[in-house]
Design a binder for this molecule. Sequence first.
Ligand code: FE2
Length: 297
Amino acid sequence: MVDTFSSIPIVDFRRLQDPLTKAEALEQLREAIFQVGFLYLINHGLESLVKGTHEKLPELFALPTEVKERCNMINSPAFVGYTRLGAETTASKTDLRESKAIRLRMSLPAPDNLRVIQGQNGPPEVHQVSPAAPGSQGVGPHKDSTGLFTFLSQDDTGGLQVLNKNGEWIDAPPIEGSLVVNIQQGFEAITGGICTATTHRVIAPTTKTRYSIPFFLGVRMDLTLDQLRESAAHIVKCIPASDDRKKRAVDVPSEFLSPLYSCFGEAYLRNRIISHPDVGQKWYPELYERYTKEKLT
Ligand SMILES: [Fe+2]
């Protein structure tokens, strides 16, 4: 058995800012990033905004089907909009998740052929996973793909699990008011794989609906892996190496670390097409053909 985590660490944002506690809190943050790739952020100051948003979610998902279908993602080559139950695939299995990706326009550069997904560097989403038989896949095992970090608010239902280096699924139970922060594949790429985008999944609830609000902090769509590594080299030098071969053996492959894709935008588009096969087939039939055949290395 390798040295690994058995729970998700808690980092207090207020302690990070207080000169008296900053050093100790930074040490906890460092440990969380190097050893786990996941942490709870508490006292972040967004509690009431997040709470108010959660209160609206049941109402949003309870809208009549025809209203939700009017903004179905199938109509969007930018993969923005409503995804009905069962239309999303993770780890080749259908998810029991209904979701809504809301576009937040950010004018970061993108190559010409990827203009359609420009502004996707951090679309906030809202997700709903309905009750199902015990052990059902709410969202299958995956790494977050968009860029640097994910900030997730989950309700009190539970079901989020994180894979440790021994291949064990560790529960990330709800902590009221917290944001779950995890590393995405862009940050993994910056650090040459030292800080890993830890694999996670959601087990579907059995008695009540689970609501969550993820925000994906992205990078420029036209950024290449080499540029990213170069620009962050001075930071990476300060990061201690860790032995996570065991974790990688049970891990899922990463588009952003694959030499098959030229820049983050292309890796992101590939990820969207595989995750939303109906949208991918409609808007990018040739890429869909190519990407579904291509094996990530
Ligand atoms: Fe995720």
